[in-house]
Ligand binder design. Structure first.
Ligand code: COA
Length: 693
């Protein structure tokens, strides 16, 4: 076969080497499946005595080609390719390096012998795409390892190392070095031993481990949080315990194809591709980031300490500035606590070594050699401007000045310096060393390579960065303020806070808005309302019952009562809130709200504001909103994001609902011009993603 083919066949003496070369990840698209099929035909026909399958590039095989999902499948199908490999009359070895994922793992299971070089990983990540293994994996793996390890891998989607794969019997040996060489050496040994074919599918059904199934079902019913695939994976593995291979593969295929039709599969694949598209901004193509070797952090409170922790965990040395030695010591203690907790969670080995990257100081002069400073002081324009003036005086030319603000005007902060081109907003989410989202807030004055550096920093910190324009609350908090507003309006219209929380959790969010308020502290909402009071439109409503709660000192979890009363962290509805709400409801029409009505209004408010955010260019594309809500606000990944939800529900119906609610509350339910435009043009948010990516 010529060299530009995705699957090559060559000979090393009596050994056939079948190489998959389909960059970037050797996905098993149609051409690769056809190539593997042809290679097996050739192996059958020629005088090679044994074959080795290897992957070229960084990994073995990255799994099925996800871009083909949702389209009609074209033969040869992957299960048939795996069967074809297993059916070979001469032995076949899979020599794995790097990840062997999903279909890649299944190809290895189709082979008769499996070798992995150090650094190889085996995984079934299909659940992260709303699917289960679909090419015999759920039937072959438990025949080799027993059901418990198969359940663990297929329900969690987490990969395992080569030594672990050896330990559970998934593979036959671990070798060092180049997979092709190691595979050829293994083939030589097997030939010398006269080893024959060894079909996994011919092994007896694994024992029905009732305890393992019961345990997995109980655990995943809780952990899956509305996601169906992990529970279906358990059904597939269970099929392996009572069906022969051919029957089991049919059953697995049936379950797989059912999942392929679900909105969850569509949602998770939407999220998979968005994860990769979100950092690819057309305006940053070809722009190199500035160097990032040393970071400064101003302020060692919860946010500053969290940001410093995130940087230290990424191996970036940090100089943290506090106002006095006692505050600096306190910040160091917070960071030490964060690192110790990371060790406990298994995320870090050596807390002391990581902490050695931290230095603290009280004088801004200590920042003279840093490449980027993140200011995390009090959210007050005057205080921030003061800090930026000082930074301007000490930082070296080309250093980046970043503000960690959640709503302030970054353009105004930039204007307080002599170098607005070097100023940018980096909105971290709390706890900053845990939460994945980083909103990169870009004033028009910011230089492109500064934005590119912010994205490079996010990558170093293993965070997902989303570019946002300047407005109150940027993308996430601006949208949050609106759907919180919808929840308050539903309370005034007759819903209770607990009905709303329950409906929102049913939808798939980890918490409802009122539980969230209790967790964050109800003083935060009060302060925000106070801040906005001067500019509030007279037609807007104020949740006066919430102000009452604040004045009573009911601040949520930290005071033991808010919308819930707390024993530890467990809350029960605080009925004492109802009289305050009743007072606020006086003179307003009341109605009963079903969970579906609550979810629809909440989501409609979210989508309508998001459409304004996209329409105004605060978010570049609908997908930027989807990623923001997923990584910063607990939106369920299996729903893809609010914009995908809106497309799936249908934009015309959503707009009609908004227009209907606008009859009673025209101020709040002003339809987004972009939503009206898309409906008029018969287009969707997904169309807009396509047009702008
Ligand atoms: N099918 C189609 N395209 C895929 C793919 C797959 N299975 N896996 C990755 N890609 C694409 C990505 O979209 C990306 O495309 P882009 O450059 O146009 O954005 C490119 O390959 C590189 O992927 P990326 O994730 O950026 O590379 P990485 O080196 O960081 O990670 C993997 C490589 C294989 C670990 C990772 O891509 C992955 O987990 N892929 C999904 C594997 C999977 O779920 N397989 C089972 C399918 S059922």
């Amino acid at each position: 076969m010529p060299n530009d083919q995705p699957v090559r066949y060559d000979r090393h003496g009596e050994i056939a080497v079948i190489t998959v070369a389909n960059p970037p990840v050797n996905a098993l698209g149609l051409a690769v499946r056809q190539g593997l099929w042809a290679a097996m035909d050739r192996f059958d026909a020629d005088d090679a005595r044994i074959a080795v399958i290897v992957g070229e590039g960084a990994l073995f095989l990255g799994g099925a080609d996800i871009r083909e999902f949702g389209k009609p499948p074209v033969a040869p199908h992957l299960p048939d390719v795996c069967d074809r490999i297993e059916a070979a009359v001469k032995p076949v070895i899979a020599a794995v390096h790097g990840p062997a994922l999903g279909g890649g793992c299944e190809v290895a299971l189709g082979a008769h012998y499996r070798l992995a070089v150090t650094g190889a990983r085996f995984g079934f990540p299909e659940v992260h795409l709303g699917l289960i293994p679909g090419a015999g994996g759920s039937q072959r793996m438990p025949r080799l390892t027993g059901v418990a390890p198969a359940l663990e891998m297929m329900c969690s989607g987490a990969p395992i190392s080569a030594p672990r794969a050896l330990e559970i019997g998934l593979i036959d040996r671990v070798a060092e070095g180049d997979p092709r060489k190691a595979g050829i050496a293994y083939a030589g040994e097997l030939l010398a031993e006269g080893a024959g074919v060894r079909r996994t599918g011919a092994l007896p059904c694994p024992t029905h481990d009732a305890a393992a199934f019961a345990e997995a079902r109980a655990a995943w019913a809780k952990k899956a949080k509305g996601q169906v695939a992990p529970l279906v994976a358990i059904d597939a593995v269970e099929a392996a315990t009572r069906m022969d291979l051919a029957e089991g593969i049919k059953e697995e295929r049936r379950l797989f194809l059912d999942l392929m039709q679900t909105p969850q599969r569509a949602g998770m694949i939407h999220a998979f591709f968005n994860d990769r598209k979100v950092s690819k901004l057309p305006e940053l193509q070809g722009i190199s980031p500035r160097p990032l070797d040393r970071i400064g952090v101003i302020g060692g409170g919860t946010m500053g300490a969290g940001i410093a922790t995130a940087c230290l965990l990424a191996g970036l040395p940090v100089t943290l500035i506090e106002r006095d030695a006692a505050s600096a010591d306190k910040a160091r203690a917070t960071i030490t606590g964060n690192l110790d907790a990371a060790v406990k969670r298994g995320k870090l080995k050596d807390a002391a070594a990581t902490l050695s990257g931290l230095s603290t100081a009280t004088d801004y002069a200590a920042l003279s050699d840093v490449d980027l400073v993140i200011e995390a002081v009090f959210e007050d324009m005057g205080v921030k401007k003061e800090v930026f003036t000082q930074l301007d005086a000490v930082l070296k030319p080309g250093a980046i000045l970043a503000t960690n603000t959640s709503y302030l005007d970054v353009t105004e902060i930039a204007a307080a310096t002599s170098r607005p081109q070097d100023v940018i907003g980096l909105h971290f989410f709390s706890p900053a060393h845990v939460m994945k989202l980083l909103e990169v807030v870009v004033p028009e004055t910011t230089a492109k390579d500064v934005t590119a550096t912010a994205f490079a920093l996010a990558k170093r910190l293993k965070k997902t960065a989303v570019k946002a324009g300047v407005c109150d609350g940027f993308i996430g908090n601006r949208i949050l303020a609106t759907y919180r507003g919808a929840a308050d309006r539903m309370i005034l219209g007759g819903a209770t806070p607990w009905e709303i929380d329950a409906a929102i959790k049913d939808f798939g969010l980890p918490m409802g808005p009122f539980e969230m308020g209790d967790l964050a502290g109800l003083d935060i909402g009060f302060m925000t309302r106070a801040r906005k009071a001067a500019t509030r439109d007279p037609r807007d409503i104020v949740p006066i019952w919430a102000d009452e709660m604040y004045h009573k000192g009911w601040l949520g979890q930290k005071t033991g009562q808010g919308y819930y009363t707390y024993e530890g962290r467990k809350g029960t509805p605080n009925e004492a809130v109802m009289p305050l709400i009743e007072t606020a409801r006086e003179g307003r029409p009341q109605q009963a709200f079903t969970p579906e009505m609550i979810q629809r209004r909440y989501m409609a408010a979210m989508v309508n504001e998001a459409a304004k955010v996209v329409g105004e260019g605060i978010a570049a594309r609908p997908l930027d909103v989807d990623v923001t809500l997923l990584y910063g606000y607990g939106f369920p990944r299996w729903r893809g994001g609010p914009m995908l939800w809106a497309d799936t529900e249908g934009l015309p119906g959503l707009l009609a609902d908004i227009q209907g609610w606008a009859k009673d509350d025209p101020y709040f339910w002003q339809p987004a011009p972009l939503l009206e435009q898309l409906v008029a043009e018969g287009r969707t948010f997904s169309d807009l993603n396509e047009a702008t990516s």
